[in-house]
Write a protein that binds this ligand. Structure first.
Ligand code: GLN
Length: 318
């Protein structure tokens, strides 16, 4: 099979199908953690027990193939990766219907769950990927659909049929959601929440507690690499897909967005379950998972594997 036909690659670069399979196996060998370096999220006791040596990676291409290696078929807690899908739903529903008056599109420079910035900036979160912004998106989805988390689950499951809430993780996080409740109450106090804080936090935590495999997350995120069209059909318009990519690039890795753009160079979204969804526009969606985190809440091994992958394939938007 000719390399160019095996896999479309950005700017004529990138591996063919055969090389990609081998490359992913290489990444597993090199980046699967041998020691429990890094942290687990303190606010989600359930995640502390995940084996530190887990490492999976999957690539879903716009031509419909899925390549994977390591623990790519094991479900993991997607956490904040879900924020990309809730934003897509909100923007896909009615063009956002006023959402961008309630949340900005700027990097935060602060931790994903920071309270300080929200108060200082009058209750308008910096972007939809920090927790405060995601709570506003959830509030918007409750108005649009009623069952906000159910709708996010339906979108996540649309390509594979596989996606479920881990009820134990949900209960474990909800019981430790003081910060998210504080953010929601701040938003309400500052006039930026329309539904009861309790309902908004529950829907938000529920979408974070979804478990999926790397392969299924890559398939679910493929619409972002393919002008808004996923394996199950159109999710958003080409222009909305482009804009979600821009917000991922500038805000998807929280206050490590600059460092991550420097090392990896792809619009991406992380979750404290250790997953990262990365988009190569026009080519593929990549999901990598390894549970131990750096100080910003991004997967340590996942980030280094993506840095090597983009170096070796030339897949970068730069
Ligand atoms: N559910 C987590 C929280 O709200 C999600 C955070 C994340 O993945 N960065 O704290």
């Amino acid at each position: 099979m000719g390399l160019a036909t095996a896999l479309p690659a950005g700017g004529g670069r990138g591996p063919g199908a055969l090389e990609l399979g081998g490359l992913l196996e290489d990444l597993v060998r090199v980046h699967r953690p041998a020691r429990p370096l890094g942290s687990v999220p303190a606010s989600i006791p359930h995640l502390a027990g995940v084996d530190f040596s887990r490492f999976g990676i999957a690539v879903a291409t716009v031509s419909g193939e899925v390549f994977s290696a390591g623990d790519a078929a094991l479900p993991f807690s997607i956490q904040s990766i879900s924020k990309v899908f809730s934003l897509a739903l909100a923007l896909g529903h009615d063009g956002g219907g006023g959402l961008w008056q309630r949340v900005l599109r700027e990097p935060s420079g602060t931790a994903f769950n920071s309270l300080v910035q929200l108060e200082a900036e009058g209750g308008i979160p910096r972007n939809p990927f920090i927790n405060a912004g995601a709570l506003v998106v959830t509030d918007h989805l409750i108005e649009a659909f009623g069952d906000a988390s159910g709708e996010v689950l339906r979108l996540l499951a649309s390509p594979s049929g596989r996606c479920s809430v881990n009820e134990e993780a949900f209960a474990s996080e909800l019981a430790r959601s003081e910060r998210n409740f504080a953010l929601a109450h701040f938003l309400a106090d500052l006039g930026n929440l329309r539904n009861p804080a309790d309902a908004v936090v529950r829907h938000y935590v529920r979408q974070c507690s979804v478990e999926m495999s790397c392969a299924d997350v890559a398939r679910a995120g493929l619409f972002l690499a393919n002008d808004g069209v996923g394996p199950a059909g159109r999710v958003v318009s080409p222009s909305v897909a482009k804009r979600i990519g821009a917000v991922m690039l500038t805000c998807g890795m929280y206050d490590a967005a600059g460092e991550f753009a420097y090392r990896v160079g792809l619009p991406s979204k992380s979750g404290v379950g250790g997953g990262i969804l990365a988009i190569v526009p026009g080519v593929c969606a990549i999901c990598v998972w390894s549970p131990r985190l750096d100080a910003h809440g991004n997967s340590l091994a996942g980030t280094s594997a993506l840095a090597e992958l983009t170096d070796r394939t030339g897949w970068s938007i730069f």
